[in-house]
Design a protein around this ligand. Structure first.
Ligand code: NAP
Length: 284
């Protein structure tokens, strides 16, 4: 039987998940089709109900449905509960479980692509939206020595700092434009950009949240923005002599974790990365 899976969002035309998930299914010899579905808010309940049909392995969820799907599920894993957001649904014999693989995908990308272990290190997270929440949870659960969250809207950074503190981590919040951001950045082992700054067609396409003089050469700078592949922040980090990691890696590793839950097989990560990079390049 041909199994079905896919990604839902609205709009969804930009998603590269179909390219790299289908490549993974084909590589693993699994007879399944992974498609993108543009689902409106008012169609969400019926769509999710349809996932209970035989032959459906599951689905990925992206903006704007990551929170809205929760009432339609039977259970949630610990990451999804803590994040308050679901990016993967696994369907098993008509039961639907919500997962959130963003945090694990972020950590796998750090470890496998940059050889970085967050334990005992100091991290600076820029931004306090949905992706920052996943990153703060992941770093908090990895026993970082200290965590600072800097965001344009200070109250949102404070909320995430509280979340980290609840997980036993020494954490503080600050504004993105505060002078002391440079001091904090200079002491960071890891800097993660979770803002939309630098994103193609985003609010500040040519901007970088930190400049080269603020970045220590000893740091790893991970920009979650994956379009463009080489962001203004990554260019600043390279000029500072720092190590860099692009956002495509977290994207692929969160998908790899979803693939493994659906299929029970190890994800062919290098094939997925190659397909994701090809899809991004084709888009221009
Ligand atoms: P979000 O929930 O909408 O949060 C956006 C964040 O960017 C907020 O912290 C917001 O600050 C900040 N921001 C937006 N415009 C800004 C500006 N002009 N100046 C300063 N700060 C600004 O978005 P998200 O889901 O976290 O996504 C953020 C970025 O990460 C996007 O580019 C997305 O594509 C990328 N992402 C990548 C992955 C991956 O797997 N690589 C996963 C998820 C997201 P305020 O709170 O002040 O509004």
């Amino acid at each position: 039987m041909n199994s079905e899976m896919g990604v839902i969002g609205s709009p969804i035309g930009h998603s590269v998940s179909p390219a790299f998930q289908q490549a993974a299914l084909d590589q693993a010899g699994i007879n399944a089709t992974y498609l993108a579905y543009d689902v409106l808010a008012e169609e969400l309940r019926a769509f999710v109900q349809g996932l209970r049909e035989p032959g459906v392995l599951g689905i990925n969820i992206t903006t704007p449905h990551k929170g809205a799907v929760i009432p339609f599920l039977d259970e949630m894993d610990d990451w999804a509960t803590a994040a308050g957001a679901v990016n993967t649904i696994v369907a098993r014999e008509g039961r639907l479980t919500g997962h959130n693989t963003d945090g694990v995908g972020f950590l796998r990308a750090l470890r496998d692509e940059a050889g970085f272990s967050p334990e005992g290190r100091c991290a600076l997270v820029l931004g306090a939206g949905g992706s920052a929440r996943a990153v703060v949870l992941a770093l908090s659960r990895s026993n970082v020595a200290g965590l600072t969250i800097a965001n344009r809207t200070l109250s949102k950074a404070e909320t995430l700092a509280e979340l980290a503190q609840q997980n036993g981590v020494s954490a503080s919040a600050m504004g993105l434009d505060q002078d002391s951001l440079t001091t904090v950045a200079k002491e960071a082992d890891l800097i993660v950009n979770c803002t939309s700054i630098g994103m193609v067609r985003g609010p500040d396409e040519n901007g970088a949240p930190l400049l080269r003089d603020q970045i220590p050469p000893s740091a790893l700078v991970n920009d979650l923005v994956y379009n463009p592949k080489e962001t203004p922040l990554l260019r600043e980090a390279e000029a500072a002599g720092a190590k860099t990691l692009g956002g495509i890696y977290m994207l692929v590793y969160q998908g790899a974790s979803a693939f493994e839950m659906w299929t029970g097989k190890p994800a062919p990560v290098s094939v997925m990365l190659e397909a994701a990079l090809a899809a991004m390049a084709a888009r221009g």
